[in-house]
Design a binder for this molecule. Structure first.
Ligand code: MG
Length: 214
């Protein structure tokens, strides 16, 4: 089965940059566009192909509650399987971790669990020898909240942040902030050091946006 998009990205970025693939099968977002629903066999074939292409992880290849199939898939491949952005609270993650559904847990503190439960989930994952890389595809406030979890746990290996030029750039993602987060030339984002979430919400920008809507 060919994967021209992944092959094209590999050609574009070269052999050293890690590539992650998101199948978006865990929760129903088909309203955005039409795409196929995967079953376990499809996920296993895809994982085998992506492993050969040197992909770092395959994200959400099956339904968010399909614990048995996820466990079978993850045990069947050396490719890292990740997910959990819309699973909630500590109890669903207890199942995902206990059944080893994923190699990498991806709760989002704004969607899944909050910062405190994110810390608890990270501890459960750490004890199971698993990584936790939060999903952060929201905005500057969500990125700030997830950064605080990332900075407080030892088993976070990547910081995911929304970045998709030309439209989804820091100025758009962080439009409600007095200052957008700066991603440095090496691809690092620095933890905020100010009190609270470490961000300053620009109420003038928010009010101006609200008036346009009204
Ligand atoms: Mg995802």
């Amino acid at each position: 089965m060919p994967y021209p998009a992944v092959e094209a990205v590999r050609d574009a970025v070269g052999p050293d940059m890690e590539i992650m693939v998101d199948a978006n099968q865990a929760w129903p977002i088909h309203g955005f566009s039409e795409y196929p629903t995967w079953d376990l066999k499809r996920a296993m074939v895809t994982a085998r192909e992506l492993e050969a292409l040197g992909v770092a992880w395959l994200e959400e290849p099956l339904g968010m509650y399909d614990y048995d199939a996820l466990s079978t898939l993850t045990a069947s491949t050396a490719l890292n399987i990740s997910g959990g952005e819309m699973n909630s609270d500590i109890f669903e993650f207890r199942e995902l971790i206990g059944r080893r559904c994923y190699d990498i847990l991806q709760p989002d503190v704004t969607l899944s669990c909050g910062i405190l439960n994110g810390k608890k989930i990270a501890g459960m994952a750490e004890a199971a020898g698993l990584s936790l890389n939060p999903h952060t595809w929201t905005n500057g406030i969500g990125l700030a909240a997830n950064l605080h979890l990332m900075g407080a746990i030892p088993n976070c290996t990547y910081c995911e942040f929304p970045y998709e030029p030309p439209g989804w750039v820091p100025e758009a993602r962080d439009a409600m902030l007095a200052r957008p987060f700066d991603i440095d030339g090496e691809g690092y984002v620095h933890l905020p050091e100010a009190p609270g979430l470490g961000i300053e919400v620009d109420m003038e920008k928010i009010r101006a946006h609200g008036e346009k809507i009204l």
